[in-house]
Each structure stands twice: as structure tokens, then as C-alpha cells.
Design a protein around this ligand. Structure first.
Ligand code: UD1
Length: 338
């Protein structure tokens, strides 16, 4: 590969990474996916290649961010890498509480290895998958990028520590670092060929809904007892394709100065869990056996974005609404069973 704008996407086989890779290819980019395949399938490479229909190109480099030598190797093999989009990491809030050392080793130390390898390779453009979980129980809604950080879980603490390390790295090396704080990505590419297909058990709302409708769970527990109008948690759900496009806008972003730039990627609207479940039923015509449960430990009551900065400075415009997210998630789920 000799294309000058090769983009390295770590975690590119995963739910968010795969949608990012497709958007990059559709814009003609050459992409190298760096992934250890621990929570995703290699088939993703075939799916994105089919969907991109001859546009862009993609190579898979199987490796682990916890192995510095493998990180050096990918930069040596692909000397045209100009930007790294870092999506690799462990992402279960509950698991992070059970396995804090593992989460720190992969998320924090793994990212440090990647940054050191970039330094050695002279790559200075970095886009990072952060999370709205860094805000925790922020008193002021909608959440602004300037809100105080108060992560409630080990996973959230990892994200804050990485963001801090990014500031130090940028200060030392210069370059442009873009931190994208994701709200709640759901949905899938409208073809149904990509989607949230973890190998590990997932505790998130949409996988739980899909497991219930397909009979893998006897019923859906809708956690309640939150300080919200209907008692269920409020979140800012964002279509994963819109989220992926946010990365493209971040890639094009040309600030006047080198530095670290932080953006919320959310729709800027909050929906309660009950509203999401009702909308899913309406959108698909399915029935969901449901019961109201206790509040889930570590959950915030409500979390939704002020996305003005991304709209104005990244020139980003989300296209999809909640009904699209739900119908595409359902389509992707059905396709995965075929
Ligand atoms: C959390 C993190 C997010 C992280 C994500 C990854 C916060 C604010 N957000 O999202 O940064 O990327 O985990 O796992 O900490 N729910 C039910 N029943 C279920 C599952 C979920 O009622 O079986 C409800 C929850 O109470 C919540 C909503 O659905 O209100 C969304 O939950 P989930 O999909 O797990 O995402 P978050 O916890 O918001």
C-alpha cells in the first residue's frame, strides 16, 4: 500500500470500528484494521469490502495493542499510515468492575503502547473513542464537553486516564488529537450486513431486547427506580452510522493549531428505556415480554449530549432518528441469524 492517506483503525472488526472502516472506504481511503479478533469476527472484512463495492481498500493486521512489538510492526509494514483511529478496547462496564486490572492493562496501558509506537513512527494524528461515561452523574443536562468528569466505573475511569495521557502525549509530540465522547450507539448499517455482534455476553439495552425477542432471554428486565418521569433511565441514542460519520468529520477537521480537541457525539435528545422498548415494538410489530426491575448499580439517571460543538466545528450532521436505529438493529439481527 503506498497511498499517502492510509488510516489505521484499531478494533476495526468491532461494532463501531467496522462501521468506521466502511465509511472511510466509501470515501476512498486505504484502511488497515488492527484487531486481535477477541470480540468480533474476521468476516467483517468481507462485509465491508462488499458494501464499499470497489471504493477504498482494507487490509487486516491481526495483533494486540498490549504487545508493543506488534504495534511497531504494523507501522513498519504500512509506512503510509498518517492517522490512527483508536477503537480497540474492552467495553463492558460490569466486567470492568470485576476485572479492573485487565481493563487497565488493555485500555490504558494498551493505548500507551499504541501512542509510543506512533511516536517512534512519527505519526501525529490521533482520533480516540472516548465515552460519555466520563461525565458520570453530571448535574447539568444536556452535557457539555466542559462538564466536570466524574466516572462511576473502572471502564469510565480508564477513559478519563487515557484522555489525560493524550494531553501529555500531544504536549510532548505536537499533532492533532481528537477525542470523541460517544453517547449510546445503537443500530446498524442499513444493509443489515454489519452490526453489534459481540462474541462475549453483552449487557446493553439493544442486545438485551434482541435476545428477548429471539427467545434467548425469557423476558426483558427494564431497570427502574431512576429519577426520571417514567422511572427508567434516559439516554442519548445515536445511530452507529452517524457516529462513524463523526469520525470522518474528525479526520477532516483542520483546527488552526495543534492540540487536543474534544467533541460529544450524541443526537442531543434523551429517550427513556421504556420509550425505546415501546418504539421498538411499534417499529417492528413484535411483542416483548417485559418486567420492571430494580435500578442497576452504577447507572446514571439521565445522560444526553449538548452536541453543538460537533455540529458547528466538525460540520457533522446526524441523519438518523430513533425509529431508524431500531429498525436497522432488527434487520441486522435477522441477517445475522441467516
Ligand atoms: C454504559 C456507558 C457507556 C458505555 C456502555 C458500554 C454510562 C452513562 N454509559 O451505557 O459509556 O459505552 O455502557 O457498555 O455509563 N437497560 C435496561 N435493561 C437492560 C439493559 C439496559 O433497562 O437489560 C437500561 C439501562 O438502565 C439504561 C439503558 O437501558 O438506562 C441503556 O443501558 P446500556 O445499553 O447498558 O448503556 P449505558 O449503561 O447507558
Amino acid at each position: 500500500m503506498s497511498n499517502a492517506d492510509t488510516i489505521l483503525v484499531t478494533g476495526g472488526l468491532g461494532y463501531i470500528g467496522s462501521h468506521v472502516v466502511l465509511e472511510l472506504m466509501e470515501e476512498g481511503h486505504s484502511v488497515v484494521v488492527f484487531d486481535n479478533g477477541s470480540n468480533a469476527s474476521r468476516d467483517v472484512i468481507d462485509s465491508v469490502s462488499r458494501l464499499a463495492a470497489g471504493k477504498g481498500r482494507v487490509d487486516l493486521f491481526e495483533g494486540d495493542i498490549t504487545e508493543p512489538a506488534q504495534m511497531d510492526k504494523v507501522f513498519q509494514e504500512y509506512s503510509a499510515i498518517s492517522t490512527v483511529i483508536h477503537c480497540a478496547g474492552l467495553k463492558s462496564v460490569a466486567e470492568s468492575e470485576r476485572e479492573p486490572d485487565l481493563y487497565r492493562a488493555v485500555n490504558v496501558t494498551g493505548t500507551s503502547h499504541l501512542l509510543s509506537a506512533m511516536e517512534r513512527a512519527g505519526v501525529k494524528h490521533f482520533i480516540f473513542s472516548s465515552s460519555a461515561t466520563v461525565y458520570g452523574n453530571s448535574a447539568i443536562l444536556p452535557m457539555l464537553e466542559t462538564a466536570p468528569l466524574s466516572p462511576q466505573s473502572q471502564y469510565g475511569k480508564n477513559k478519563v486516564e487515557i484522555e489525560k495521557n493524550l494531553h501529555a502525549w500531544q504536549k510532548k509530540n505536537g499533532g492533532i488529537v481528537v477525542v470523541l465522547r460517544y453517547f449510546n450507539p445503537i443500530g446498524a448499517h442499513k444493509s443489515g450486513l454489519l452490526g453489534d455482534r459481540p462474541k462475549k455476553e453483552a449487557a446493553n439495552l439493544l442486545p438485551a431486547i434482541l435476545e428477548t425477542v429471539s427467545g434467548k432471554r425469557p423476558e426483558l428486565t427494564i431497570y427502574g427506580g431512576y429519577n426520571t418521569p417514567d422511572g427508567t433511565g434516559i439516554r442519548d441514542y445515536i445511530h452507529v452510522v452517524d457516529l462513524a460519520r463523526g469520525h470522518l468529520q474528525a479526520l477532516k477537521y483542520e483546527p488552526d493549531n495543534d492540540g487536543v480537541y474534544i467533541f460529544n457525539l450524541g443526537l442531543g435528545k434523551g429517550y427513556s428505556t421504556q420509550q425505546v422498548v415501546d418504539a421498538f415494538i411499534q417499529e417492528t410489530g413484535l411483542t416483548i415480554k417485559q418486567r420492571r426491575g430494580q435500578r442497576r448499580e452504577g447507572d446514571v439517571d439521565a445522560c444526553y449530549a449538548d452536541n453543538t460543538r460537533a455540529l458547528q466545528q466538525l460540520n457533522w450532521k446526524p441523519e438518523y432518528q430513533l425509529n431508524d436505529m431500531l429498525s436497522h438493529a432488527w434487520l441486522s439481527h435477522k441477517s445475522s441469524l441467516m
